[in-house]
Design a protein around this ligand. Structure first.
Ligand code: PLI
Length: 496
C-alpha cells in the first residue's frame, strides 16, 4: 500500500476500529467509513519545544536515564502518563471560578458528592488529594499485619500502601494477563480458582478485602468483564471478604464492556459504570485519569462505620473531610469532569486515539501488548530487545533511548517498577517488561500520534544500538520514580 493510500485508510479508522475484537491487522477487518474527528476543538495552545539529539543525550544522562527525572521543558511529546495530564474543558475551567474556598462545607464538595453518588452509586464520599491518599486510608483502616490482599495484578502505589499497613499482595489475575500476545478481550479478569485457593490457604479472616482494578494499568490497560466482576464479588461475599474497586479507569473499562461483552452494546457508559460499582463495597479513585482533572481523588464506601473511621483519618493526613487536600475549585472541576467522562463520544475519541497509534505500530511489526488497551500503548521490551539480560532493565533502556531518538517521553513498566521481593530483597522480574506510551486525554492530535509512531518504528529499526542500564541510586519505596542508572558500557544508552 502506498503511503498516501495508507493515510486515507487510517483517517477512516477512528473510532471504528473497535468492531475488531481480535485484531491481527486492522486493515483486514475494517469496513470503509467516513472520516472521523475529535469531538472538541482547540481554544488555547501550549507551545512545544523541539530539542537536538545532543541536547537530549545530555538531558537523559543528567536525569540518570530515568524519564521521570527529565525536565518537561526538554520533552517534545510527553507520553509519560495519563495522570493529571488531561486538557480540561471550558466548562471545567469556568467551574474553577466557582470554587468556594471555605474551609468547611464547601459548596463544591456537595456538587462532587452528588456526582459520585449519581455515577458511582456509593453512599459516602471522602475526598483525597489524589488516588494514593485514598489507598493509604483504606489500607490503614482495613489491613492488619500478616493479612493477604488479593488483587488483579499489582499497581505500584496500591501495593506499597498494602505493604506499609503490614499486608501482602497476592496476584489473582488470569494467566492471560501476563502474556502480552494473548488476544483475550478481558485480560483484567480475576481467576476465581486463585481466589478460592487463597481463601483455603489463609482463611477468609486474613483477607480483609480484594482489590479489584478496572482497566488494569500494569497489564496494558486491559478491562474486566461484568460477568467476571460479579462472580468475583459473589465469591468474596460468600466468604465474608469485602471487595474494593480501584475505579481509576472504570469508565474506560465501561467502554470496553459496551464494545465487547454480549448484552451491553445498547447500554450507556453511565449505566455500565453503575453496574461495575455495584460489584464492590466501595472504591478508591485517582480522579487524575478518567475525570479529566489535574489533581484529585477520593475514597467512596457504603459502610457507615468504615466511612466514619475514614473521615476521622482523612483529617490527619489529607485535610477536613469536606475537602481532603483539594481546593474547592478542584472539586468543582472534578464534578464536571465526571459528567464529561461518561459521554460516549469522549470515550470513543480517547480510546480510539490510543488504538490509532497502536495499529500503526502493529502494522510496522513492533511488538506491543495485545489487544490494544485503554490508556496507552505498551511496547514489549523483552521481545524488542531479546538479547539484553533482564538484569539490565530493557524497558528502562528502551524508554531512555526513545527519548534520545525523538524527544518522546515514555515510561518503564517492568522490572524497575516491580521493585524487590519483600522477604528475599531480590529484584522481582515480572513477565511483562514493558514501556508505556501513555496518551493524555484531549491533549495531542493524530499528527502527534503519527510522529510518535514514526519515532518508535525508527528506533525499532536500529534497536541493536540500545545499551542496557544498571542502578547507581535505588530509593527504597517506588524506586522507579527517582532511581538513577548508568549504561553498562560506554556513556550512551543509544549508540550513534
Ligand atoms: O497517582 P495517584 O495517587 O492519583 O493514583 C494512584 C493510582 C492508583 N491506581 C491506579 C490504577 C493508578 O494508575 C494510579 C496512578 N497511576 C499513575 C500515576 C500512572 O502513571 O499510571
Amino acid at each position: 500500500m502506498k503511503p498516501a493510500e495508507r493515510v486515507g485508510v487510517r483517517k477512516r479508522l477512528l473510532p471504528g476500529g473497535f468492531f475488531a475484537l481480535h485484531i491481527t491487522c486492522w486493515r483486514l477487518v475494517m469496513t470503509p467509513r467516513r472520516s472521523w474527528a475529535e469531538p472538541w476543538k482547540i481554544k488555547m495552545v501550549e507551545h512545544l519545544r523541539m530539542t537536538t539529539r545532543a541536547e537530549r543525550e545530555a538531558a537523559i544522562a543528567a536525569a540518570g536515564y530515568n524519564t521521570f527525572l527529565l525536565p518537561s521543558a526538554l520533552v517534545y511529546i510527553d507520553l509519560l502518563t495519563d495522570s493529571g495530564t488531561s486538557a480540561m474543558s471550558d466548562r471545567q475551567w469556568s467551574g474553577l471560578l466557582l470554587g468556594d474556598e471555605a474551609y468547611a462545607g464547601s459548596v463544591n464538595f456537595y456538587h462532587l458528592e452528588q456526582a459520585v453518588r449519581k455515577f458511582y452509586g456509593y453512599k459516602h464520599l471522602i475526598p483525597t488529594h489524589q488516588g494514593r491518599g485514598a489507598e493509604h486510608i483504606l489500607s490503614q483502616l482495613c489491613i492488619k499485619p500478616g493479612d493477604i490482599v488479593p488483587g488483579n495484578m499489582y499497581f505500584t502505589t496500591t501495593k506499597v500502601h498494602q505493604e506499609l499497613a503490614g499486608g501482602r499482595f497476592a496476584d489473582v489475575i488470569i494467566d492471560a494477563a501476563h502474556d502480552p500476545d494473548s488476544e483475550y478481550p478481558f485480560k483484567g479478569n480475576c481467576d476465581l480458582a486463585k481466589i478460592e485457593r487463597l481463601i483455603k490457604e489463609y482463611g477468609a479472616d486474613r483477607i480483609p478485602y480484594l482489590s479489584l482494578e478496572t482497566n488494569v494499568n500494569m497489564a496494558g490497560g486491559q478491562p474486566c468483564s461484568l460477568e467476571n466482576m460479579r462472580a468475583t464479588r459473589d465469591l468474596c461475599h460468600r466468604h465474608g471478604v469485602k471487595v474494593f474497586l480501584d475505579a481509576t479507569r472504570a469508565i474506560e473499562n465501561a467502554f470496553f464492556i459496551k464494545k465487547r461483552e454480549p448484552g451491553y452494546a445498547d447500554k450507556s457508559l453511565a449505566d455500565i459504570l453503575s453496574e461495575i460499582c455495584a460489584c464492590a463495597d466501595g472504591c478508591t479513585m485517582s480522579a487524575k485519569k478518567d475525570h479529566l482533572v489535574n489533581i484529585g481523588g477520593f475514597l467512596a464506601v457504603n459502610d457507615d462505620e468504615l466511612a466514619e473511621r475514614a473521615r476521622n483519618m482523612v483529617v490527619i493526613y489529607e485535610g477536613l473531610h469536606t475537602y481532603g487536600g483539594l481546593a474547592g475549585r478542584d472539586m468543582e472541576a472534578m464534578a464536571i469532569g465526571i459528567g464529561e467522562a461518561v459521554q460516549y463520544d469522549h470515550m470513543a475519541a480517547r480510546i480510539g486515539q490510543v488504538e490509532y497509534l497502536g495499529c500503526q505500530l502493529i502494522e510496522a511489526g513492533v511488538p506491543i501488548v495485545r489487544p490494544i488497551g485503554g490508556h496507552g500503548i505498551f511496547l514489549n521490551a523483552a521481545k524488542l530487545l531479546p538479547n539484553m539480560p533482564r538484569e539490565q532493565f530493557p524497558a528502562q533502556a528502551l524508554a531512555a533511548a526513545l527519548y534520545v531518538e525523538s524527544g518522546v517521553r515514555a515510561m518503564e513498566r517492568g522490572g524497575v517498577s516491580a521493585g524487590r521481593d519483600q522477604d528475599t530483597g531480590k529484584n522481582l522480574l515480572p513477565k511483562l517488561e514493558l514501556v508505556r506510551l501513555t496518551i493524555p486525554r484531549r491533549v495531542y492530535t493524530q499528527a502527534h500520534m503519527d510522529v510518535t509512531a514514526e519515532s518508535v518504528i525508527e528506533l525499532y529499526a536500529h534497536r541493536e544500538k540500545i545499551v542496557g542500564l544498571r542502578f547507581i541510586h535505588e530509593p527504597k519505596y517506588l524506586r522507579f520514580f527517582q532511581a538513577r542508572f548508568e549504561p553498562v558500557k560506554g556513556n550512551k544508552v543509544l549508540l550513534d
